[in-house]
Design a protein around this ligand. Structure first.
Ligand SMILES: *Cc1c(COP(=O)(O)O)cnc(C)c1O
Length: 363
């Protein structure tokens, strides 16, 4: 039982789709496949703009977003509240942007008012980087409020939605998100290998001016090839097969129902974790519906806990990343997940906790 925030489990029919023979990625079959997938992805992005599919993990998508919209020396505000926000900032720095970090304590959401104050005091900022769902801490920030501020100041908004899009509501167009990035192995019930990225008209305008070096990621190429139903370079064809089936499953369930299921399961996970006597790491109002971070308390050794769960209970949970190593563990509940799955995780957690040093009385 794999309950980490990506790669996530895939339904059998999604896996089966990948046993299909290869096709010509410059032929009519692939043209039909990418056309149909792209138009369905737009519905999940809630956008009428462009969505590009890259053969990459989520980080590749983040790098592509940066190098296609920015130039060396551009002033960028990186809003950070965890490992992935730091990664986004580091990517922009690597390519020569002048990055200012607006950091919030890990476990807390990004504060829209602080973003407003920063943008008001520094008119030279060109773009804002935001993590919608900070997977390392289990926090979902109020992206609608943040994007309203960023749009008020008419800045470019780049959003890491790798672990939220498809599972948590994200209205790309109505919130004015210029570039939104997600990855196939998170909420999409598909193996790793593809990143999906939306580009607004403003983002394309920025692209026309952007001078950061790029070759594999060049969106001018991606857009040109997409017109004829292709990608510039050889795509992960098998993952396209899988995505085709997953999108059908997702369309059958419906976007609103998928969001509701994640909200229900997120709440259930938090309730059950607390009932075990364990504290949540994230401030509860902003706790993520795709991943729950649990604080180590009352003598709990998280490494030992994850080992016992893996070896004796066939459950794989995620450790804390970066400075949170040993301080938290994480239960992922995104993509192909049911309430029964969470019941099973909690039951095994309850059995494993005392052996991992946890001393509080559990129910
Ligand atoms: C998983 C994840 C990424 C990207 O990770 P990859 O391993 O490159 O796919 C980026 N941001 C967030 C918030 C994530 O959860």
């Amino acid at each position: 039982m794999l309950r980490i925030p990506g790669p996530t489990p895939c339904p059998e029919e999604v896996l089966q789709a990948m046993t299909k023979q290869m096709i010509n990625h410059r032929g009519v079959e692939f043209q039909a496949l990418i056309g149909s997938i792209t138009s369905r992805l737009k519905e999940f992005f809630q956008t009428k703009g462009d969505v590009l599919i890259l053969t990459a993990s989520g980080t590749g998508g983040m790098e592509a977003a940066v190098v296609n919209t920015l130039s060396p020396g551009d002033k960028v505000l990186a809003v950070c509240n965890g490992v992935f926000g730091e990664r986004f900032a580091a990517i922009a720095e690597t390519f020569g942007a002048e990055v200012t970090r607006l950091s919030f304590p890990w476990g807390q959401p990004d504060d829209p008012d602080a973003v407003r104050r920063t943008l008001a005091s520094d008119k030279s900022i060109k773009a804002v980087l935001v993590t919608h769902n900070e997977t390392s801490t289990g926090v979902t920030s109020d992206l609608a409020a943040i994007s309203a501020v960023v749009k008020q100041y008419d800045k470019l908004l780049l959003v890491d939605a790798v672990s939220s899009l498809s599972s948590i509501d994200l209205q790309t167009d109505s919130w004015g998100c210029d570039v939104v990035i997600t990855g196939s192995q998170k909420g999409w019930m598909v193996p790793p290998g593809l990143a999906f990225i939306s580009m607004s008209e403003n983002a394309w305008k920025a692209h026309a001016q952007a001078r950061m070096p790029r070759f594999y990621w060049d969106f001018a190429q991606a857009k040109k090839y997409l017109k004829s139903g292709q990608t510039p370079w050889t795509p992960a064809v098998s993952i396209f097969y899988a995505l085709d089936v997953a999108l059908e499953l997702m369309a059958n369930e419906g976007l609103v129902n998928i969001f509701a299921r994640h909200a229900r399961i997120g709440q259930k996970t938090r309730d059950q974790v607390k009932a075990l006597g364990l504290p949540l790491f994230a401030v509860e109002k902003y706790a993520s519906n795709t991943v729950t971070a649990v604080k180590a308390a009352d003598g709990l050794d998280t490494n030992r806990l994850l080992q016992i769960l893996r070896e004796e209970h066939d459950v794989i949970l995620a450790e804390g990343q970066g400075k949170l190593a040993g301080k938290i563990f994480r239960i992922a509940h995104l993509g192909w997940v049911t309430e029964t799955d969470i019941d099973a995780v909690i039951e095994r957690l309850r059995a494993a906790l005392p052996k991992a040093g946890f001393s509080a009385a559990s129910t």
